[in-house]
Design a protein around this ligand. Structure first.
Ligand code: FAD
Length: 384
């Protein structure tokens, strides 16, 4: 069997790329290791930044994907219990992110692609990339040849590992912080809420009308916070969010979030192109991981379309550099934000605690600093 592009992985990157190629009349086949319900139910990101949303608008997919999504208008940063409201869109000429839980985005992308006749195969095991220059892909029970492979199979996938190690340079950074996240049937906050406190960082975000996702900083190397009694978790959240009346609710999910960064350079090798978490991971601070995955998919869709439809291959060698520039820009933002909200903690040294406070105060006293922060939150424009 032969096609133009084989896409490995049906996460946000693979499904966005599949939809964009389909809209442009480029044939593709998506191979996904897991079953449909696993892919559709995986809860992770919650915010699509302004430019992430623009990708779907430009492709004529906004009605199908984001039409009813509420806009992100306000972030509350509570410093030792004292509220500070940051109205991002007021500093960006109205540009704002939209609240779209990742599993909803994935479900809609998947349905749109399949309903338009897309070829998406679930439960495909033992995928191997046999040849990257004249792509040949084998899997349990089948074989495909293609002009190009898009490796969209996340950090643990096989695509990046199919590139000879001496052709890749990898960068890894451990932020030295632990994050524990719980999903709870507890009323969502009015605005996205982050608590900066000497007890440690905490955050609360809406996950639909009845539920909240909470994040709590913890000291890595100690007791596993998934074993914390629920009462202790709620006490910590009340302390850190400065809200003694925060209502408790049943906790339905407990997870550890790895606070580390990773970048592989370059993001391509011969006719294999990596996109999303397959090439880079970023901490959730700043909410850029899913957005980077979508940006990569958009840049790759343009380059592949130009090559396959118009015979213009110039976008493909540029793909990696274009995406890496934005990746590093967002890595820096995520690190900057991480330091600001975590260095206030008691475990930080007193000097860094003061720097974190100065960084925080600048957002509310210096309009240029506020505009820059809002601009990074809303996302940076597309490369043309
Ligand atoms: P993935 O979503 O990992 O998808 C990869 C797909 O490939 C999966 O479906 C997988 O099953 C499949 N696959 C894997 N191996 C194979 C194989 N060998 N063969 C075939 N298929 C395979 N980002 C944000 O922007 N904002 C946030 O607020 C945010 N919060 C987060 C919170 C948490 C707790 C976590 C864990 C992540 C968060 N992220 C956030 C990051 C975001 O979820 C990821 O960046 C995003 O999922 C990346 O999409 P992807 O398509 O590149 O990879």
């Amino acid at each position: 069997e032969t096609t133009d592009v084989v896409i490995i992985g049906a996460g946000p990157a693979g499904l966005t790329l599949a939809n964009l190629l389909q809209r442009n009349g480029i044939a593709c086949i998506v191979l996904e290791a897991r079953d449909r319900s696993h892919v559709e139910d995986r809860q992770r990101a919650g915010v699509l930044d302004h430019y992430g949303a623009e990708i779907f608008t430009a492709a004529g997919l906004s009605d199908a994907i984001i039409a009813d999504a509420p806009r992100e208008k306000m972030l509350e940063l509570r410093y030792e219990g004292e509220p500070h409201f940051f109205a991002g869109p007021a500093h960006t000429g109205g540009r704002a992110g939209v609240i779209v839980p990742q599993q909803l985005l994935v479900r809609r992308l998947l349905a749109t692609f399949v309903e338009a006749g897309g070829d998406l195969r679930f439960g495909v095991s033992d995928i191997r990339l046999r040849d990257l220059s004249q792509p040949r892909i084998t899997y349990a029970g089948g074989e495909l040849t293609a002009s190009y492979i898009a490796g969209c199979d996340g950090f643990h996938g096989i695509s990046r590992r199919s590139i000879p190690p001496d052709s890749l340079t990898t960068y890894e950074f451990d932020h030295g912080i632990g994050w524990y996240t719980v999903l709870a049937e507890s009323p969502p906050p009015w605005h996205a809420l982050m608590g900066i406190s000497h007890h440690g960082f905490a955050a609360q975000f809406a996950r639909g009308p009845q539920a909240s996702r909470f994040y709590l900083q913890y000291e890595p190397g100690g007791a596993d916070p998934r074993d914390w009694p629920d009462d202790y978790t709620w006490d910590q959240l009340r302390l850190r969010l400065g809200d003694p009346n925060l209502p408790a609710g049943p906790i339905t999910d407990r997870e550890i979030v790895e606070m580390r960064s990773f970048v592989a350079e370059p993001m391509s090798h011969q006719n294999l192109f990596l996109a999303g978490d397959a090439a880079h991971i970023i901490t959730p601070m700043g909410a850029k991981g899913m957005n980077l995955a979508l940006f990569d998919a958009d840049v790759l869709a343009r380059a592949l379309t130009a090559a396959l439809r118009d015979g213009d291959e110039s976008g493909l060698p540029a793909y990696s550099d274009v995406c890496l520039r934005r990746t590093w820009d967002y890595q820096e933002f995520s690190r900057w934000f991480t330091e600001m909200v975590h260095d206030a903690g008691a475990q930080s040294d007193p000097f860094r605690r003061r720097l974190a406070r100065a960084r925080f105060d600048r957002l509310f006293t210096n309009p240029a600093a506020a505009a820059h922060f809002a601009d990074m939150m809303a996302g940076t424009p597309h490369p043309t």
